[in-house]
Design a protein around this ligand. Structure first.
Ligand SMILES: Cc1ncc(C[n+]2csc(CCOP(=O)(O)OP(=O)(O)O)c2C)c(N)n1
Length: 531
């Protein structure tokens, strides 16, 4: 490690030694020494987000596509609090993040200045690990610990609080030689995933051999191409069905890949999808539960009496577990089942009134090879799964914690992690409004992101939920709480105001043309689809 002049520089060196070289930031006065250290030391890509939900969501997207943690820089308790919803989503997605949160200098905390708050208390519910650094000399050790925590499978949230004096005080201790190599070894150890228990492999194989329909339900990294291929071999050999949990941090899909259709969101549809199964083998996921409770409906979605067998949990070696299961089932060299046919080339029919089915057909036809799709399309996107199964191979990323506003920030992080791949963010207008500042970061960084806004000018899903929970039909006050039409949002103006070129379409052929234009060139674009 190079010599560090102060605690802030020590932390920057430690992060870089630990392979953390992207920082999504929104700083304030208490973080100025860290900002100055980032300025002086080469190696960290710093990306400004104009709201902390953009910052934390971008770090989530970055981890999902790169498999390694980024850091965030956040301003005391309120800055961190602004970023919590997307930290919650990242935590549920199993994304590793190192949050660096500034605090007042130690002596200043006692004065109860305006920005003083219980930062550890704010951090704890959305973090796996929280620590306040006490001195400039501790920061290298504390920073290294944060990096190791964030790398632990499946990826964890580590929050390191950096008091301003810890940042500005000189470092007394000389830097230790060889710290980068030592950290690399420690990180490799921290990232090691435990193999499935032999007993769990035996039990899963037995479930797959038993009579009656069995489901192989996948989550986490079991949704990566090689693991899916193993699942397809097991399905071909045993006749089981392969599905993925409803929310997926990253699902490899498309022509040539084993399909793992997602469990439906709507409770009745989810119950129906699971009803046939007598056994469910869980790989990197847990027993399926309803998103919400609905009067008179079960919370547990598996049919009563169904046997649940856990092959491996989300932090274990899921590909290895599936390989062991394939071996136990004699399926290692069986050709995999469940590979969808490539979507038909678009005919002249891609025109006419807009409908979710028509939009899905356009997306399926136009999706470029290796695209990264961020799906926050809510009700418009419900049918996109089957329609896009045979599109060119791509990754499909959904919100994992149910807090909307994840999509555009995750698009930022995914585009930075994978600059050679096209990112397509499919957004409900209500969801996109939570973190629309991400468009400015997309423009500023010149990210290759096409955003499609489904402007139904409504929280349409909540109309269905109102009826679903038995709350009756909406009167004028309830309707007002669920509609966005007074005034209508002008997404073309909003996007242009943040430096993103945009067009509005209200017909399928125009959408097809706009999507082809946007996907056919590099850089930011937005299409407002008025429904
Ligand atoms: C942080 C957060 N706040 C509120 C909600 C509740 N909620 C769920 S979906 C939704 C509206 C989504 O609207 P939109 O994105 O326009 O999609 P649509 O339902 O119209 O298809 C809301 C407000 C939530 N899930 N997360």
């Amino acid at each position: 490690m190079d010599a560090a002049a102060n605690g802030a520089e020590s932390l920057v060196h430690t992060l870089l030694d630990g392979g953390v070289d992207v920082c999504f930031t929104n700083p304030g006065t208490s973080e100025m020494h860290f900002v100055a250290a980032l300025d002086r030391i080469e190696g960290m890509r710093c990306v400004l987000g104009l709201f902390e939900g953009v910052v934390t969501g971008a770090a989530d997207g970055y981890y999902r596509m790169s498999g390694k943690p980024a850091c965030t820089l956040l301003h005391l308790g309120p800055g961190l609090a602004n970023g919590l919803a997307n930290l919650h989503n990242a935590r549920k997605a199993g994304s590793g993040i190192v949050n660096v949160v500034g605090d007042h200098a130690t002596a200043h905390v006692a004065l109860d200045a305006p920005l003083t708050s219980d930062i550890e208390g704010v951090a704890r519910p959305m973090s796996h690990w929280v620590h306040t650094s006490r001195s400039a000399d501790d920061i290298a050790t504390d920073g290294a610990r944060a990096v190791l925590e964030a790398n632990a499978p499946p990826g964890r949230i580590a929050t390191l609080i950096l008091p301003a004096d810890t940042a500005w005080n000189p470092v007394g201790r000389a830097p230790e030689a060889g710290s980068a190599a030592r950290m690399a070894a420690q990180i490799a150890e921290a990232r090691r995933r435990a193999p499935a228990e032999p007993e769990a492999v035996r039990a899963a194989a037995q479930a797959l051999r038993a009579d009656g329909p069995t489901l192989l339900l996948l989550g986490g990294v079991a949704l990566q191409p090689h693991a899916l291929e193993l699942a397809g071999r097991i399905a071909a050999k045993t006749g089981c069905t392969v599905m993925s949990e409803f929310y997926t941090a990253r699902l490899a899909r498309g022509a040539g890949r084993v399909a793992a259709p997602r469990l439906p969101y709507v409770i009745d549809a989810a119950l129906k999808a699971l009803a046939p199964f007598r056994r469910i083998v869980l790989v990197g996921t847990v027993r399926p539960v309803g998103f919400f409770a609905y009067p008179g409906k079960p919370g547990l979605l598996a049919p009563p009496g169904a046997e649940l067998v856990t092959l491996a949990s989300v932090d274990q070696d899921l590909e290895g577990a599936l390989a062991a299961l394939a071996d136990a089932c004699g399926a290692t060299s069986t050709p995999p089942a469940g590979i969808p046919a490539r979507a038909a080339a678009p005919g002249a029919a891609l025109s006419g009134p807009l409908s979710p089915e028509g939009i899905a057909a356009v997306v399926a036809a136009r999706l470029p090879e290796q695209a990264i799709v961020i799906d926050e399309a809510v009700t418009t996107g419900r049918g996109f799964g089957p329609a896009t199964a045979g599109a060119a191979p791509h990754d499909w990323l959904t919100g994992m914690g149910g807090a909307i506003g994840f999509g555009l920030p995750v698009a930022v992080g995914a585009a930075i992690a994978a600059p050679d791949r096209k990112v397509l963010a499919l957004e409900g207008d209500g969801s996109a409004m939570y973190t629309l500042q991400a468009l400015w970061t997309i423009a500023r960084e010149g990210l290759d992101v096409t955003t499609v806004i489904f402007a139904n000018r409504s929280y349409k899903i909540l109309h269905g939920e109102l009826a679903g929970v038995g709350a009756g039909t909406p009167g004028p006050r309830a309707t007002d709480m669920l509609t966005l039409d007074r005034p209508a949002l002008d997404w073309v103006a909003l996007a242009r105001g943040m430096g993103v070129e945009a067009v509005r379409v209200d017909e399928l052929g125009a959408f097809d043309k706009a999507l082809r234009d946007a996907l056919g060139r590099k850089g930011p674009a937005l299409i407002e689809v008025v429904l």
